[in-house]
Design a binder for this molecule. Sequence first.
Ligand SMILES: Nc1nc2c(ncn2[C@@H]2O[C@H](COP(=O)(O)OP(=O)(O)OP(=O)(O)O)[C@@H](O)[C@H]2O)c(=O)[nH]1
Length: 692
Amino acid sequence: MKPFPRSPSLAAWLILMVMSSVLLALAGTTVLIDRFARKHAEERAHQHLDQVADKFRDALDHGMARQVAAVQLLAELPALLRADDPAHARAALDAMRHREPEIAWIGLAAADGKVLAANDGLLEGADVSKRPWFQGGKSTLFLGDVHAAVLLAKLLPQAPEPWRFVDISLPVAANPGSVLGVHLSWTWAAALKRDLLDPTLRNDGAQAFVLDRQGAVLLGPPDVKAPDGAAADQFTAVSPSRGHGGFSGLGWQVVVQQPREVAMADYLLLRRQLMGVAGAVLLLFVPLAWALARKLARPLTVLADSIGQNQHLGDRPLPRLAGFAEAEVLSTALNELVERQREHNNTLQELNASLDQRVRDRTAALNLALQGEALNLQRMQNIANSVPAQIAHFDADGHCLFANQAALRLAGLPPERSGMLRLVDLLGDPVPPALLPMASSATTLPQTLRVQHARVVGDDTWHSEVHWLPDGEHGVGAAGGRPGHYLVSFDVSQLKEVELRLQQLSRADALTGLPNRRQFDEHMRASLARERRTGRGLGVVYLDLDHFKRINDTLGHAGGDEVLKTFAQRVGSVIRATDLLARVGGDEFVLVCEGVANPEQMQVLADKVLTAVRAPLRLQNQQVLLSTSMGSALMQDGESVDHLLARADAALYRAKQAGRNGHQFAAADEPVTPTAPPVAQWAATQVMTLAA
Ligand SMILES: Nc1nc2c(ncn2[C@@H]2O[C@H](COP(=O)(O)OP(=O)(O)OP(=O)(O)O)[C@@H](O)[C@H]2O)c(=O)[nH]1
């Protein structure tokens, strides 16, 4: 069984699930609260800044409106600003100056722009006709935006900051053409800011600015640039001046800026607290989740550990699980399964034991059978190897499956070779014609054959008798139902030699080795056929040793034999290779001569023979005189061999009669004796004479 997969445990999954849920819930809640709190904090911060900015703007507008109203009231009182009474007018202006400390200068200018009266007599007599406030205030109420002091800069007492004024001017009703001008010190706005706004700004960590309509800073913290409404780290409230009462506004804007970090301090604190609470909840839930997961997973963990130790259910009871209902059900079911498994295992073990025993028994029996078979096979091979014959077995495809050592030795193959040999490997090339079809396939000739086979091995010719035996005939059969064949080959070389020798002996004279009568007859027939074909002539000579009986009587039979052999050698030495000398009786010989056409040629041959035979012979310390009588005949047209021989024999008879040691040629009409050979008849009546 393959090992259990190493997946995360159930407890790990439960912890992961609980922690994921808690994390998700916490994260969701925290994000919601955070978004709500941040939005709320931003709205509140903006609202607060707007209120501060609006409050300061309103203070500026109301302050300016009040100054304008005071100046208008002064200008409309005819008794106060009389052009012909500058001192009176100066008194009124001084009173006004003292009543409104924000006024830095207040004066009455005549229609030509010459200052008639001013507080503290400042600039009286000076020409202000070119000043914007004079020009603007000639016809109606003029409001001039904040600007630096020009004429008054040197006349007014030194202040920490350069003098800057807001101008208010308007025509004086009692003196047509004259203009009442007021320079409000801009320090008024700074004081207003300081009194009204700075405590709040300090608490909020904010800064307030007053910008003119071009955006230049009219009032603000020293050394601070104009505020950037788009700064991401700042909350900005802008409150444009709307004017109030007689003050129609100069396009001022009150800008209040508060660092985002300061404005959102409460929110940031809340967020930190939220994170802290979330962290605490998480810390609390980790052990809680772990404990809960452990408790939930414990039954299954115990079960899994028990199964895992055995890597399978095994057959031991599993622990009983408790904790929750499903675990108990699972535990019970698994234990039932284990019990069944145990029973199955027992059954299987019993079956295995029985099967093992049966396999062992069968294997032992098979081994015994195989050993017996191997022994039998070995015996058969030993027998086959010891038999003096070549034995081989071929399958249906002509492959040699077995060859005994004699067969392999003859084929010049090593003893272990057998497979894939073919008939030609064992019998040599060429195989016997009768077995040719089986040289390539053994199936074509299923019958039993016996053939003679001669095989040249080196200098020797090995004769064998080959038996070709189909398997089927012997009941052996072959794999696949196609019978193979046995080849059994016996060495018959010696037999052949004896046979040849016998054959030779049957055709030769045992004493002289010359062809005997049988061979003579065969040769005579062949010569006759040749003569008839060529017409070159054919002659026969009968030869008979003279007085041989006497030689026998004198030298004994053995001496006679020696004489006969000597005679045969001497005659054989003078005849042509194409001539045949045969011994046809005791001391009778026949010479067959081809190519002899006339009696003269026959006589020449006879003379050579006579001369050779007469040569001295010493035998048994005796001088032996040999001579022969010869009768010859030439083949006549249409003559039979018997008649030819009969004529030659008759001529021999005449030679004997003529005193022996000579030659007689048979006439064409030579009388012949039809019954017995004349020589034999004659010889029986002669007396041998032997010259010592
Ligand atoms: N030694 C020996 N003698 C033989 C053999 N065959 C026959 N003879 C003898 O040869 C003799 C032949 O004698 P004949 O031819 O009858 O007479 P011959 O003495 O030769 O007298 P002519 O022929 O008239 O001269 C006989 O005595 C035979 O016994 C043989 O193989 N060996």
